[in-house]
Write a protein that binds this ligand. Structure first.
Ligand SMILES: Nc1ncnc2c1ncn2[C@@H]1O[C@H](COP(=O)(O)OP(=O)(O)OP(=O)(O)O)[C@@H](O)[C@H]1O
Ligand SMILES: [Mg+2]
Length: 326
């Protein structure tokens, strides 16, 4: 995903029951593991305890979190942030806010914990939460009060906490990435999202979902055996990508099974884009932090026009911490 905040797809709310097509809040699946997951989401929505959504990359954790947030019927907003996309030194003031003078050039700004008041705070990739901030977050959960960085003043921060992780909590503790006390506080309700290889009967459904939403006719299941035998390390996201590539390969005509099958080995060769580090990066990040993550203010502090600022951010490989408030 490219954005810090995963923008929630439109129109996923509403259907409280699983549709005959196997669609529950935008999630396709009729495998028993998925039906169990949908039931657990519904049950979790009636409670107010923290929820951990655990699953491999691309399994649909974000969709689960969205469904849960919609069903939770909290008065406040859903505030979501992907911690893997924010550098460690920015996470604290982004979550907790800061006051003028807290660090060089800091300005007053509220953090996401305050923004989420009476709503839902979704920390995506919560395995990345630095240890010191786990203690701070624990305190906020207990007291429902937050102190901005550099301030002793308590401000209200009452929210439902959703966390998504790729590894199970006990593994995060074992690896020293999560504090034990943090894990025990948040490890109440776990929603496990199964990988595609554990629900291969859903593969034709997913392939046809991505085909038909793009205007292609659905393919009969008997032609999709090769796709069902594949292990799908990238899970549903990978299925989506295979369908997109197949559509490209079909150059405007109807996608045939071969178009799909030809995409499988190629995907194994996909390389991640790596962005070089750059000394200017730190300066940009510090400025963003000072500006309370408001791009306009940061651009002004750097003496750049907004388009130049965005272009330079991109060149430096910095994702401006975008968060969305609903
Ligand atoms: N059950 C599903 N039905 C339809 N589309 C799905 C399903 N699960 C995932 N997707 C789609 O697959 C893509 C990846 O899903 P999502 O971003 O929710 O995965 P994730 O588990 O959060 O991945 P990551 O760990 O990489 O953040 C998205 O485009 C999403 O809409
Ligand atoms: Mg995700």
């Amino acid at each position: 995903m490219n954005s810090v905040l995963h923008v929630l797809p439109d129109g996923i709310g509403g259907e409280d029951n699983i549709q005959p097509s196997g669609c529950f809040h935008g999630m396709i699946g009729t495998h028993p593991l998925m039906l169990e997951l949908f039931n657990k989401i519904r049950a979790a929505a009636t409670l107010d305890a923290p929820v951990i959504v655990q699953g491999e990359t691309g399994t649909g954790k974000e969709l689960v979190a969205n469904a849960l947030a919609h069903l939770s019927k909290r008065r406040g907003r859903l505030v979501a942030i992907n911690l893997a996309e924010v550098s460690d030194n920015l996470i604290e003031s982004l979550l907790f806010g800061s006051v003028r003078g807290a660090f060089t050039g800091a300005l007053d700004h509220s953090g996401l914990l305050e923004h989420a008041a009476d709503g839902v705070l979704y920390l995506d990739e919560a395995g990345e939460l630095p240890l010191a901030l786990q203690t701070k977050l624990l305190r906020v959960i207990e007291t429902k009060q937050v102190r901005r960085v550099g301030s002793l003043q308590e401000r209200r921060a009452e929210f439902r906490l959703l966390l998504s992780v790729q590894s199970p909590p006990e593994m995060l503790v074992g690896q020293g990435r999560w504090r034990n006390d943090f894990r025990f506080r948040v490890d109440g309700i776990i929603l496990t999202v199964p990988p595609v290889r554990e629900r291969i009967s859903d593969v034709p459904l997913l392939v046809n979902h991505f085909l038909t939403t793009a205007g292609n006719p659905a393919l009969p299941v008997q032609y999709l055996a090769d796709l069902m035998a594949y292990r799908w390390p990238g899970n549903v996201r990978e299925i989506r990508r295979v369908v997109e590539r197949a559509r490209f390969a079909a150059v405007g005509s109807v996608v045939q099974p071969d178009h799909l099958i030809q995409q499988l080995p190629a995907l194994d060769n996909l390389k991640e884009d790596l962005t070089d580090t750059h000394p200017e990066r730190e300066h940009f990040e510090t400025t963003l932090q000072r500006a309370g993550f408001r791009s306009k203010v940061a651009a002004r502090l750097l003496g750049l026009s907004l388009p130049t600022f965005y272009r330079r951010l991109k060149e430096l490989g910095i994702q401006p911490p975008r968060f969305r408030v609903y």
